[in-house]
Design a protein. Structure first.
Length: 206
């Protein structure tokens, strides 16, 4: 996955509590197992009317926020069913960070594994960022290494698990973590093939 170091840009203000995973990606779009192509359906029922036309008032449809990579939202973001399609759709749209007072646990973990940084700040700090983001000319900077969110004269620090931080700074998902041990895995397979050749025969493979 893509490394996360410092992210700068306009944040989309979404002052909504309890944004659940069905709001993020409605159930009718869960038929695919591909991570790509879901961004167009992100917040589908909020972005489009019944005729498929964009709803102009929705924040991500506004010209100033169409390219936003950061969302600032209310508490309990990502609640509801534990569908991994939710972070897939956010990432495919271009979202790399979500800032909120709290997150659903499973969604929080799924974000980190897919290269999205979920940041928990105090409610009053989120309110400050929400107001700051109302002006589309204002940029927010997120520094993962320093664990800081910077907005104008405001600097807010956030906590992040050391292992999650390491993975995101180095762009390591579960596959990437495994491939760090590629040499050891190869050595084990060679030794295993010598000790138990029948496990690696064509008949065993079939």
């Amino acid at each position: 996955m893509e490394k996360f170091t410092v992210l700068k840009g306009r944040a989309a203000p979404m002052p909504i509590m309890n944004v659940d995973t069905d709001m993020i990606i409605p159930k009718q779009f869960l038929k695919t197992i591909k991570r790509s192509g879901l961004g167009v359906h992100l917040f589908d029922e909020m972005r489009y009317d019944s005729n498929g036309k964009e709803i102009a008032d929705f924040v991500l449809n506004k010209p100033a926020y169409r390219q936003s990579q950061i969302i600032v939202s209310g508490e309990n973001f990502g609640c509801g069913s534990s569908r991994e399609h939710a972070p897939w759709s956010l990432l495919d749209f271009g979202i790399r960070a979500v800032i909120a007072p709290s997150f659903a646990d499973i969604f929080f973990g799924n974000c980190s594994k897919n290269g999205i940084l979920p940041i928990i700040l105090k409610p009053e700090e989120v309110d400050t960022l929400m107001n700051f983001a109302q002006s589309p000319d204002n940029e927010i900077a997120i520094d993962l290494d320093a664990q800081e969110v910077r907005a104008g004269n405001h600097v807010f620090t956030f906590e992040v698990d050391a292992f999650r931080k390491h993975c995101m700074l180095n762009g390591l998902d579960d596959i990437g973590l495994t491939l760090q041990h590629k040499q050891e895995i190869g050595s084990y397979e060679q030794t295993r093939a010598k000790d138990c050749p029948w496990l690696f025969s064509e008949s065993a493979a079939s």
